[in-house]
Design a protein around this ligand. Structure first.
Ligand code: ARG
Length: 457
């Protein structure tokens, strides 16, 4: 089988070199974009006066036939197809004859692959946006149901101040809003057309690149042909966004794993989203969450891998750039599986408000005791110190802060009066934080409204 670039070669390629060189095993998933790009290119060649109307029609018809073969699974690869571009062109020529050989006029696989890959990333980002939206809806539904359910809030994983389940869950919603915006930015930034850049110096035919861009759904055209064929910023951007999204899912997973442990018991995973142990009959394991947490490793790895490949490359195409696709495909495949699993898990998650309530010990209210003194004019630093004394006293007596008798409070500071005992409740603590983003009921409701708005719900 003759290579499409075989003219200047006397001997056949070494079989191992062919396999090493070939990208077909992974870039065949670009077939649809490749054909779409080629059809637009054929039209552009026609408009440039390179192809006749009959030739253009034959080529486009042939390309649609090739697409149909891919779609219905009858496309047959040949052993020496090197990549998706050569495979499509080879088959086109088999179907339409010599005229198929005119398609590649003024084009190179360098501007072709950059175009195909951009089209693919734009579409993939769209699919991820849809799945992300589903997860955000699941989080919102769950957060709305438990909006006012009190639970301990943690810093350093130590009891800090009371929060609510809804507030906590929404803290994992907002990072996804940012991921959403990042994905949309990637889509926009990727929509810059490289086609027409040729191998490196621009095409020698009078192609209307702006029309070509519009036809393929690109926003604009690349300004420099050398840059256009080697620019993989969009792939790195995509991998940063997917790494970040994976990282957010991992953090949510980690906390749910913790909260589903017997020690916490705040949440319970549905049977459909957990797995058992082959040895221990009692086990219900959060494998789905652990895998999601674990997969963030490969997502981050893909980003650093591609950046390392790109670093130090001269401008214009180098074969190193063929390494751009697998990490991007894998990042997409990873998330397109992980996102719906996480959505289902959240939708079916059971929360145990009683277990959360059981952990609401009065130590969580120490800041409120300090705020009480501040309201009476005591400087905060001093108030902090005085409440610290109360905490120590309660600890020494083996009682909780709210069990400390009024006489003890008053010995510490005469600013403490009888009402200190009613002040120190979880409800009062939550209600006191009445700022946007805080735990008071009206603030929580406003946050939920804003969250709904953010995803058009
Ligand atoms: N399979 C190649 C890639 O993915 C296509 C471009 C090949 N260009 C070349 N000059 N060999 O990068």
């Amino acid at each position: 089988m003759k290579k499409l670039w075989g003219g200047r070669f006397e001997r056949q390629i070494d079989e191992r070199v062919h396999l090493f060189n070939a990208s077909l095993p992974f870039d065949m998933r670009l077939y649809d974009e490749d054909i779409t790009g080629s059809i637009a290119w054929a039209r552009a060649l026609y408009q440039a006066g390179v192809l006749t109307a009959a030739e253009t029609e034959a080529i486009i018809h042939g390309l649609e036939q090739v697409r149909a073969e891919f779609n219905n699974g009858t496309f047959v690869f040949q052993p020496h197809d090197e990549d998706i571009h050569t495979a499509v062109e080879r088959r086109l020529t088999e179907l339409v004859g010599d005229v198929g050989g005119k398609l590649h006029t003024g084009r190179s696989r360098n501007d072709q692959v950059a175009t195909d890959f951009r089209l693919w990333v734009m579409r993939a980002a769209g699919h991820l946006l849809t799945q992300l939206h589903e997860l955000q809806q699941a989080l919102l539904t769950c957060a709305a149901e438990g909006l006012t359910v009190p639970m301990p809030g943690y810093t350093h994983l130590q009891h800090a101040q009371p929060v609510t389940w809804g507030h906590w869950l929404l803290s994992h919603f907002w990072p996804l809003v940012r991921d959403r915006q990042r994905l949309q930015r990637v889509q926009r930034d990727t929509a810059v057309l490289p086609l027409g850049s040729g191998a490196l110096a621009g095409t020698a035919y009078p192609i209307d690149r702006d029309t070509l861009a519009a036809e393929l759904g690109f926003r604009t055209i690349s300004p420099n042909s050398l840059d256009a064929v080697s620019d993989r910023d969009f792939a790195a951007d995509f991998l940063y966004v997917t790494a970040m999204l994976g990282l957010h899912l991992a953090r949510l997973s980690e906390q749910l794993i913790l909260f589903s442990s017997r020690e916490f018991g705040f949440v319970e995973l549905d049977d459909a989203y957990s797995t058992g142990s082959s040895l221990m009959p009692q086990k219900k394991n959060p494998d789905t969450l652990e895998l999601t947490r674990g997969k963030s490793g490969r997502l981050i790895g893909h980003l650093t891998g591609l950046l390392t490949t790109l670093k130090g490359l001269p401008s214009a195409y180098d074969k190193d750039l063929q390494e751009d696709k697998e990490p991007v495909f894998d990042a997409y495949d990873t998330l397109i599986m992980a996102l719906p699993v996480m959505s289902g898990l959240i939708h079916t998650l059971k929360i145990h408000p009683d277990r959360m309530a059981a952990q609401l010990e009065p130590g969580l209210l120490a800041t409120d005791a300090a705020d009480y003194l501040v309201k009476k004019g005591v400087p905060f630093r001093q108030a902090h110190e005085l409440v610290g004394q109360a905490v120590r006293r309660a600890e020494t007596k083996g009682i909780s802060l709210t069990q400390l008798p009024l006489s003890d409070w008053q010995e510490i500071s005469s600013y403490f009066t009888a009402d200190i005992l009613d002040t120190l409740t979880v409800e009062a603590s939550l209600a006191a934080r009445n700022v946007p983003g805080g735990t008071a009921l009206s603030a929580l409701k406003a946050q939920l409204r804003a969250a709904r708005e953010a995803i058009g719900m």
